[in-house]
Design a protein around this ligand. Structure first.
Ligand code: RIB
Ligand code: CA
Length: 310
């Protein structure tokens, strides 16, 4: 089986960190490079966090490139209430022994995509600022596929209307959906069924330094979710679902959809309006959207792969 080459564009972020670890733990995936963006925290912090996580997993060979430090237009607003001041509060992770590459993430994305004639999957798990800039600045560089974490058919999380990644940079997100690439949106409707429970965390805690680190990430991450979402029986693993979908496409139910982003000022800005029912007054599908996931099998995959890193 030839592994699928991907670039993870992320804002670590507890769930981004677990998505990175899932990617490096999985033979189905070749993590070619990592790009970072402002989102859960400022891009200087999300970049250091990506370097720390890769180093802990013994994968300092994977290059990291820092990207946009603020959204296209909107004011930057981080999610310290979820991920802490560092963006990866909880475990005491050593400072990375290397720097990020000097090239800007967007220029790296364009070069790597060209180098591979587009044969690479882009997995954005933060605000879509870097991806929007790529599409605008480099019209000749298009990945074969995008699997992004963001949006929701139903309720949002940053606001009742909007999910954080889209809310943080709605204009960039709209630019991505308008491109009509092979784009799969993994939204909250799915990720709120992709839960890591305390029992899963305890199984990982005893599995070496990576398992212990992930358990300590979950200890911190679960605090917010237990108070904000007492109705969920666990903590949503938003970003790892994108990687899991590449590893095992039978996990998530997907439909063609027409997706547009509300970029108007007001209580619904950043909302993804998703038509997956083929309503007559919408355009042809411009994306796919996740509808449901086998939460049990997903959680087992996470535990199995994280514990395999030792
Ligand atoms: O709304 C969840 C998303 O926002 C996840 O990607 C999380 O890491 C944050 O970036
Ligand atoms: Ca993220």
């Amino acid at each position: 089986m030839t592994p699928t080459p991907i670039i993870l564009d992320c804002d670590p972020g507890h769930d981004d960190a677990i998505a990175l670890l899932l990617a490096v733990a999985s033979p189905e995936i070749e993590l070619v490079g990592v790009t970072t963006v402002s989102g859960n925290q400022t891009v200087d912090k999300t970049t250091v966090n990506a370097l720390k996580v890769l180093e802990l997993a013994g994968r300092s060979d994977i290059p990291v490139y820092a990207g946009a430090d603020k959204p296209f237009l909107r004011e930057r607003d981080v999610a310290a209430h979820v991920h802490g001041e560092s963006g990866l509060d909880g475990p005491d992770l050593p400072e990375p022994s290397r720097q990020a590459e000097s090239q800007h993430a967007v220029d790296y994305l364009a070069e790597e995509i060209r180098r591979r004639n587009g044969k690479i999957t882009l997995v954005p798990t933060g605000p879509l600022t870097n991806v929007g800039l790529l599409l605008s600045l480099h019209p000749d560089a298009r990945p074969v596929r995008i699997i992004l974490m963001g949006g929701s058919i139903g309720e949002g999380n940053r606001t009742p209307a909007a999910e954080f990644n889209i809310w943080a940079d709605p204009e960039a997100a709209e630019r991505v959906f308008k491109e009509h690439l092979d784009t799969t949106m993994v939204g909250l409707d799915v990720t709120h069924r992709a839960l890591i429970k305390d029992a899963h965390t305890e199984r990982m805690r005893g599995a070496g330094k990576v398992g212990r680190m992930v358990a300590e990430l979950m200890d911190f991450y679960a605090r917010f979710h237990k108070s904000r979402y007492p109705d969920l029986d666990g903590s949503p693993m938003h970003d790892p679902v994108c990687v899991a979908h590449l590893i095992d496409p039978t996990l998530m139910e997907v439909r063609d959809a027409f997706i547009e982003v509300d970029c108007s000022a007001g209580p619904s800005w950043g909302r993804t309006n998703v038509d997956w029912r083929g309503r007559e007054h919408f355009g042809a599908p411009n994306a796919k959207v996740g509808l449901d996931i086998d939460g049990e099998r997903f959680a087992e995959l996470i535990v199995e792969r994280i514990t395999s890193l030792g």
